[in-house]
Design a protein around this ligand. Structure first.
Ligand code: RM4
Ligand code: MN
Length: 388
């Protein structure tokens, strides 16, 4: 058995961007566990990310987070990535860890603090010019904890003004993607809590401002694939931050908590023209591996995305259209479920081998000895962590 040439060629279009921070230590507010061999700087994070691409062929770019991934020479970092067969991707800004941002950043009442936050984004754009990155991704921790703490309307107006100044600076080939999150760190209101707010802000900015959908940033049981459909319909789904969650923003391995949800999301991505050559929606991961090894954690995640993409590509669209047009509820649902339940693992193994990749990337990586190598080599220094 093997995939049809159509499915195989569509799978070849898949590219998933990895987050540099997934390779550093992370944890919960209770404990951050270190691992031998954890990268000490952005160069080592990129070396680890390149392993994921080497064994899967799926992850050609790495996203950076500023200031965590600040370096003196971005051209050197860019060359380092290229030497390892990957490229630098999205630049993520960070206004959630400095004391001055306690009450907000781009929304802050104090003009000086807003200025600092806007300037940070302008610096990120300079970095994008040096790294050759297309996207500036903005996730804001801005919000309040108590009713009456601040004027939500005023904050929204200031957000628009700040974003406009940032947007006006991005180049013709660059984009601004605005990520939303329902809660945390703010617990009463977030200034960008949902896709509608992100959409409204982006629509006011212009064409090159689009929404980033992080799959862990919704209320429980939100129909995420509906949001995917709507944003694609409106031409505003800029990117995904894939991860999975059981409770809140758990940042677990993609597809771990609910593979069926991942399948449904990818079905809508395909339907809406957001996949591969059809569109320009970026598939990124945003994860933190707290207890599992980070590199295999990332390998597992990209493989899960690939596996659900293969299943979604097997969906019999024509039969589904007919069943839907006939109002045949059970048949239509049955066609979806047939695709979801298809075991594509053997076909994917063949697909990989035909492209010179290991049939089982998890096993091949485990046998490569890379983890033991970095544990032996990376002695001394300070391990990078979520926050550095
Ligand atoms: C946030 C958000 C951002 C990511 C940071 C690390 O919750 O998801 O995308 O940059 O975490
Ligand atoms: Mn995210």
């Amino acid at each position: 058995m093997a995939f049809s040439s159509h499915v195989a060629s569509r799978l070849e279009e898949q590219a998933i961007e990895l987050p540099s921070w997934a390779f550093g230590n992370s944890g919960t507010r209770f404990k951050v566990f270190g691992t031998p061999g954890t990268p000490r700087d952005p160069f080592e994070k990129i070396a680890d990310a390149a392993q994921v691409h080497k064994f899967t062929g799926l992850a050609p770019t790495v996203a950076l987070h500023i200031p965590w991934d600040k370096v003196d020479d971005y051209s050197a970092l860019r060359r380092h990535a290229e030497d390892l067969g990957v490229a630098l991707g999205t630049i993520n800004s960070n206004t959630f860890q400095a004391d001055i941002y306690k009450l907000g950043s781009l929304t802050h009442r104090d003009e000086k603090i807003r200025r600092t936050a806007v300037d940070h984004h302008l610096e990120c754009i300079d970095i994008m010019d040096a790294t050759g990155s297309r996207d500036l991704k903005i996730w804001l921790a801005d919000g309040t904890n108590y009713a009456g703490q601040d004027d939500m309307r005023g904050r929204q107006d200031r957000l628009q003004e700040s974003l406009q100044e940032i947007y006006d600076r991005i180049g013709a080939e660059q984009r601004l993607v605005l990520e939303y999150k329902i809660f945390e760190p703010a617990f009463y209101h977030m200034d960008v809590p949902d896709w509608g707010t992100s959409y409204a802000q982006c629509a006011a900015l212009g064409e090159r401002a689009t929404v980033c959908l992080d799959t862990g940033h919704h209320a429980p049981s939100t129909n995420i694939e509906f949001i995917v459909m709507q944003l694609l319909r409106l031409g505003k789904l800029g990117s995904f931050d894939f991860n999975s969650r059981n409770y809140a923003d758990d940042d677990l391995i993609v597809g771990a908590a609910d593979p069926f949800q991942l399948f449904r999301i990818i079905v809508e991505v395909l339907r809406g023209g957001g996949y591969g050559k059809d569109g320009d929606t970026a598939f990124m991961l945003d994860q933190c591996h707290n207890i599992e090894d980070k590199i295999p954690g990332q390998i597992r995640s990209v493989l899960n995305v690939q596996e659900m993409t293969a299943r979604a590509l097997l969906l019999d669209r024509d039969a589904l259209d007919t069943a839907q047009a006939e109002g045949d509820v059970l048949k239509a649902n049955g066609i979806m479920m047939d695709a979801f339940y298809t075991d594509v693992r053997a076909d994917l193994a063949t697909y990989r081998e035909e492209r010179g990749l290991p049939a089982d990337p998890m096993k091949a990586f485990a046998e490569s000895g890379y983890l033991a190598q970095i544990a032996a080599d990376r002695v001394g220094g300070v391990q990078a962590g979520w926050g550095a």
